[in-house]
Design a protein around this ligand. Structure first.
Ligand SMILES: *[C@@H]1O[C@H](CO)[C@@H](O)[C@H](O)[C@H]1NC(C)=O
Ligand SMILES: *[C@@H]1O[C@H](CO)[C@@H](O)[C@H](O)[C@H]1NC(C)=O
Length: 767
């Protein structure tokens, strides 16, 4: 089922891409490859919402082995610091690898590999049986681990074995999936150095880390030379006991006892009989010493071997067992651990423990709770911590950035601070986070890109640099000046974590492209733009954000600056949401299912017809006004490479065509009437579907500043709309109640969306 759904996804995506490539919708030049990929991902998300399948609930597929990228979602790796750590600790010949949620936000999926620094996957993981994760063979056996179920996990501890004879550095690399659209790719551990070892994995590996271990003589676990030892791995409802004894033992047993004495204990026996190794549950009596076997209950031999002088068993025992009427509950109660070994057995019992006998003086905690070192919490958006960048803003510096209001709260994503030094130069500081590769500050005559003088702060192959450039639009392009250091000097720069920073001195007067920029006497609109990638000689689109001051500024005036109003963008969004989520949904559903729900007439026509006309006319008006608003705002075509603009335009065109056949429609009963009805239906439904798809694309528009969670709200609308159609097609009862409930939920969804769009980038629903 799942497989066929995935196949369908692929087919639909292929179909869409082909249609697009053949130019049915847009020309291939417009739709560059990365847009196709983006579109592909968007469609995948859409289909995900429709199909309700989860991405990979039972673990990552082999396809992710190399780049560790989950094949789902709008697939942007989270840029914020991951709330998880991948922590390693060498232990004897193995490495303990722990994936840990630092702030308690668990994860559903993951994949972890050991790698050399150049990315070769090495080593293998050894997992206990029955854990909710499993190994994958990416380039060698068991070299990766992934989840087996989407249950939320907060912590996992893994044992990793280096390749035999390997010596050198290893880094653990992982992808951690919090949920479908929130995941971190390439979360790495610190590099550790592996020393050469030849020993095979043993009972001692993981003692104190994932296992409780006890043995005799004292300190033998540490020295790996026990004469008798047990290692217990708690696995929830079962516990794995590894027991071993040397000295040619014929049996070794581990007992759980209320006291440190033999007697009334539940014992797991590991017994060598006729060349094979078996396990039994028994119950001890004393004087004479006797272990009486009980019907084998609650134990399972996972591995048993006798090699040289050593006898070894790995036995799984249920956490709760009842032996001789006594309940042993390893999860709730603590027991003394007894160890004993002897050199002879009879066919039905072990004999006296003539070799070793050892008991812990205290009851033992079998669960191992390692305390992992926590990374020091990052202080973010904490107004108590003064950020030196913002010191002097509004008094000695002119500061401006986005999102609006961020200078006051000291949490801009892109920001500039301009200081007049009074000696024929200005200092421009720029800073951007979100893993920006460049941040530019532009001086412009208007609020639009184009013909602006820009100082770029760029992180490129040679490190941090500052360049002078000049902007063109359509396509957006900042062209470096022939002398890219004309009139500027880089004083200081840094790239720390996800943040880049430049401090640049600029001459008061520069002549760029024949135009004189006099910072002392001219006034400019100030622009700040940020993008995530650069090319060797230019920066690329400002995909991480852009803002422009509403007024022209004198750079010597340091009072607070406000960015250009985004009211038109918000109104565009609000109008489209009301039109295409609200009124059109009602208008169509009434025409489709409620033709005979009301008797009589309204405004001279059938009630349904009047309602349909009113609602769809409202949509028509909202669309046209919204369309005009956005063109006024952008003063032309959108510079963002996103299909939203194209889809929106198609919707508007269909909107214009739509009323025509309805107007010329032949009257009831004439033969051609159904053709007109069909045409009306196809154009109307087409416009609706395209409009909704355009809304999905709007979520990632820089200008819209929307939160990704909007996908879920839109998804909710799609589900509601489809569901109500299914219900109304399949039943004729409760029509009016269904309509009432539909209108109610529709109103709620619409109000949420309107609020979100109007308040963006603020997100009114927490987190
Ligand atoms: C870890 O994975 C990320 C994402 O694929 C990759 O960029 C990075 O180079 C990897 N690190 C190592 C050491 O392989
Ligand atoms: C550059 O910045 C660093 C860190 O903010 C600071 O310590 C240093 O003094 C600065 N250098 C100059 C020349 O401003």
């Amino acid at each position: 089922m799942e497989k066929s759904l995935k196949k369908t996804h692929l087919l639909i995506i292929r179909f869409c891409i082909c249609t697009l490539e053949k130019g049915h919708l847009v020309s291939p030049q417009v739709l560059k490859l990365n847009e196709i990929i983006h579109l592909n991902m968007k469609l995948h998300l859409l289909l995900f919402i429709f199909s309700t399948t989860r991405a990979y609930p039972d673990g990552a597929p082999i396809a992710v082995c190399n780049n560790l990228a989950p094949l789902h979602g709008s697939a942007l790796t989270q840029q914020i610091t991951p709330p998880y750590t991948l922590y390693t600790e060498p232990h004897k010949n193995v490495i303990m690898v722990s994936l840990n949620s630092t702030i308690g936000s668990g994860f559903k999926g993951f994949i972890i590999q050991g790698r050399t620094p150049n990315g070769t996957i090495v080593g293998s993981f050894k997992l206990p049986d029955g854990v909710p994760y499993h190994t994958l063979d990416c380039s060698g056996p068991d070299d990766s681990v992934t989840h087996s179920s989407p249950a939320i996990k907060n912590r996992l501890d893994l044992i990793w074995l280096p390749p035999v004879g390997y010596e050198g550095p290893v880094i653990f690399n992982s992808t951690v999936v919090h949920d479908f659209s929130t995941f971190w790719v390439g979360l790495e551990s610190e590099e550790i150095h592996i020393k050469k070892s030849s020993r095979a994995v043993s009972l001692y590996d993981g003692c104190g880390m994932t296992k409780y271990c006890h043995g005799s003589p004292i300190d033998c676990i540490e020295k790996e030379n026990c004469k008798i030892a047990v290692a217990v791995t708690p696995l929830g409802d079962v516990y794995d006991f590894e027991i071993k004894a040397t000295e040619n033992a014929a049996w070794v047993g581990v007992g759980l006892s209320d006291d440190a004495l033999m007697g009334n204990d539940s014992v797991i026996e590991c017994v060598k009989e006729n060349g094979t190794v078996n396990t039994y549950m028994s119950w001890t009596g004393i004087n004479p010493y006797r272990a009486t076997r009980v019907p084998k209950k609650g134990v399972l031999l996972l591995n048993g071997k006798s090699e040289g002088e050593e006898l070894y068993c790995k036995v799984r025992r249920a956490a709760v067992t009842v032996v001789q009427g006594v309940t042993f509950d390893l999860k709730k109660k603590l027991y003394h651990i007894l160890l004993a070994s002897g050199s002879t057995v009879t066919p039905t019992s072990v004999t006296y423990h003539n070799l070793e006998c050892e008991a812990t003086p205290d009851p033992q905690v079998l669960e191992v709770n390692r305390n992992l070192p926590q990374p020091s919490p990052q202080v973010k958006n904490n107004s108590m911590v003064l950020d030196p960048f913002y010191q002097g803003c509004g008094s000695s510096k002119l500061c401006f950035g986005f999102p609006e209001g961020c200078v006051d709260t000291q949490n801009c994503n892109g920001v500039t601070a301009v200081t007049s030094t009074g000696d024929k130069t200005f200092i421009f500081e720029v800073r951007a986070n979100q893993n920006a590769a460049w941040v530019g500050v532009g001086l412009s005559d208007d609020t639009r890109m184009g013909d602006d003088s820009v100082i770029e702060c760029v992180k490129d192959v040679s490190g941090m640099n500052a360049y002078m450039s000049w902007t063109g639009i359509n396509p957006y392009r900042a062209t470096r000046l022939p002398d890219p250091h004309l009139g500027i000097q880089l004083l200081n720069s840094s790239s720390i974590d996800d943040t880049i920073y430049c401090k640049v001195r600029r001459n008061v007067v520069t002549i760029v492209e024949g135009r004189t920029f006099d910072l002392d006497h001219d006034m400019f609109h100030l622009m700040v733009a940020v993008g995530s990638s650069v090319q060797p000689t230019t920066v690329t689109y400002h995909n991480l954000g852009v803002t422009c001051s509403a007024q022209k500024l004198s750079l010597t005036d340091t009072s607070n600056v406000h960015s250009k109003s985004t009211i038109l963008v918000r109104l565009h969004g609000v109008f489209m949401v009301i039109g295409w989520i609200g009124t059109v949904s009602l208008g169509t559903i009434i025409a489709r299912f409620y033709k005979d729900a009301w008797t009589g007439t309204l405004l001279g026509y059938d009630v349904w017809f009047t309602m349909h006309t009113v609602f769809t006319m409202l949509t028509w008006i909202l669309t046209v006004v919204g369309f005009i608003l956005i063109f006024v705002e952008l003063e032309g075509w959108s510079a963002e490479s996103n299909p939203h603009a194209i889809l929106g335009t198609i919707t508007t065109i269909l909107c214009f065509i739509q009323p025509i056949p309805a107007y010329f429609r032949p009257s009831v009963g004439t033969p051609n009437r159904h053709i007109f009805n069909w045409f009306h239906w196809i154009v109307g439904s087409g416009a609706h579907v395209i409009a909704i798809v355009a809304m999905f694309f709007a979520v990632t528009l820089t200008k819209a500043q929307l939160n990704e969670q909007v996908y879920y709200i839109l998804g909710g609308y799609v589900i509601l709309h489809v569901l109500v159609h299914i219900i109304l097609y399949s039943t004729f009862s409760w029509r009016r109640s269904i309509l009432g409930v539909y209108i109610l939920i529709l109103l709620i969804i619409m109000l949420i969306l309107v609020t979100v769009v109007a308040m963006a980038p603020q997100w009114p629903f927490g987190q």
